[in-house]
Design a protein. Structure first.
Length: 256
């Protein structure tokens, strides 16, 4: 039977639950319904716009897809239906080095290696380690997640990375964290490169790589519409999940 990306089927949903139980046993209650819906959408290679409160578990939306690909690569006979890549790569656009560091630290608890493509790390690899960092990233053998800010994303180095056939074949999703900043920082002129994220996503990504927009702050109306326009989310080419913006209290959630 040929493998497919139909993760929104009942078989797909059960497979995701099995991946979580195998790879993250500490999540005794598994995923919330909205997380399961979101992750199945992403693994099915469809764009997603998730608006959920801080602490509601948005980071699971790019953690579990990585674990799913790694788990299937390790146990292909257990999941005979679904396509996978052996070295899955997630590109996360982050506004600050602090957020990137937080993401990397939490991914490390799941055994997922991640890297922040920031000035200090770039300098270390180029001048101290004497390593071709862009080649290392393109080979997809060192990290599963790369965090990069919009300014570096617009650099010639990233134009080269995204054109690399190995990188393109292993890239499973393109996430924009704090996506509301595309409007508030990009259009204000504070950090204009935020307005270029959509150009990169629509013009450089392979057609089968889903764009995942994440935020806790995007009210119904012009602000959300502007974000959708910037990322090319039109008509039925994306799935929207909107949850309460009130911080979750009194319960343990799949990590943020």
């Amino acid at each position: 039977m040929p493998r497919n990306d139909n993760w929104t089927s009942q078989q797909g949903l059960e497979a995701i639950k099995h991946v979580v139980s195998e790879c993250i046993p500490s999540w005794r209650n598994g995923l919330r319904d909205w997380q399961l819906e979101s992750i199945s959408t992403i693994l099915s290679r469809r764009n997603l716009f998730a608006i959920a409160a801080t602490g509601d578990g948005k980071s699971a939306l790019y953690t579990v897809p990585i674990l799913a690909h790694l788990e299937i690569a390790k146990n292909p006979d257990t999941y005979p239906t679904f396509r996978f890549v052996s070295n899955p790569i997630v590109l996360v656009i982050t506004p600050t080095k602090v957020l990137a560091t937080s993401i990397i630290r939490e991914l490390d608890t799941f055994g997922i290696p991640a890297f922040s493509y920031c000035h200090s790390n770039i300098t270390e690899y180029r001048t101290v380690k004497k390593v071709n960092l862009e080649k290392l990233i393109s080979e997809c053998n060192t990290w599963n997640v790369i965090c990069v800010d919009p300014e570096h994303l617009a650099s010639p180095e990233w134009s080269s990375i995204i054109e690399n056939d190995i990188f393109k074949s292993n890239l499973i999703l393109f996430a924009v964290d704090e996506v509301h900043l595309v409007n508030s920082w990009g259009s204000s002129g504070f950090r204009p490169h935020f307005q270029l994220i959509g150009n990169f996503a629509q013009g450089c990504l392979p057609a089968n790589v889903p764009i995942v927009a994440l935020t806790a702050t995007s009210p119904v109306g012009p602000e959300t519409t502007a974000i959708c326009d910037a990322l090319g989310f039109l008509g039925d080419n994306y799935h929207l999940i909107r949850r309460s913006n009130e911080r979750i209290k009194g319960e343990v959630v799949a990590w943020e």
